[in-house]
Design a protein. Structure first.
Length: 209
């Protein structure tokens, strides 16, 4: 069973407080989301395997270590997931970026895929699906299904804030996927919003309503 990791680093929790605040404007909100995404990426990549190598310093030959084998692929769920990408790329600039687009069918309320483009050799990469909110879990589970259907084997999910309902949904659909979040909130309201949450992440990132 995939594990749920709540990242309690003080800097993550501090910045998340300002992300939640309704008085935080679009520019600051966007910057904070990028910063928290970068800090979360630091934690999520903690176990990447290393191999020994050597480099010549100005003084002598030094034995060093580099990341072994697989390279990373970031897959934001459109549109809100885009707000987390630049922060992660600041830390891991060589990561490739794919995209998954989903919308909710008005009749069935089920997520429908309308776009998916992934980096080449996705089966050889460690894939991190990113979306700020894990509410009902329907979109996140569908996004993970989309990358798996195209060959991805190693998949993780990174979100800022989750509801217990969303965590349970993803775990049932994808028991092999680890979930990384900055917080697990109380639950969902009647409109499917996370409580207390942070509002609509996409609207707050892009200044829309």
């Amino acid at each position: 069973m995939g594990q749920v990791h709540v990242l309690s680093h003080p800097l993550i929790q501090h910045k998340l407080s300002y992300i939640r605040s309704e008085t935080t404007g679009t520019k600051e909100f966007r910057e904070l989301v990028q910063e928290v995404a970068m800090l979360m990426a630091y934690e999520i990549t903690r176990d990447l395997p290393l191999i020994e190598t050597s480099v010549k310093t100005p003084v002598a030959l030094a034995k060093t270590k580099v990341i072994e084998g697989k390279t990373l692929a970031l897959v934001p769920v459109l549109r809100a997931g885009l707000g987390m990408v630049d922060g992660i790329l600041n830390l891991i600039p060589n990561a490739k970026v794919g995209h998954v687009g989903l919308y909710r069918d008005p009749d069935s309320l089920m997520p429908v895929e309308y776009y998916c483009k992934l980096p080449q050799h996705i089966e050889e990469r460690d894939v991190i699906v990113v979306d700020p909110m894990l509410a009902t879990g329907g979109s996140a589970a569908a996004a993970v299904s989309a990358v798996k259907a195209r060959g991805a084997v190693s998949v993780k999910l990174m979100c800022l804030v989750a509801a217990p309902e969303g965590v349970e949904k993803v775990q049932k659909a994808h028991p092999d996927v680890d979930i990384y979040v900055a917080a697990i909130d109380e639950g969902l309201n009647d409109h499917g919003y996370i409580v207390p949450g942070l509002g609509d992440a996409g609207d707050r990132l892009f200044g829309t309503r």
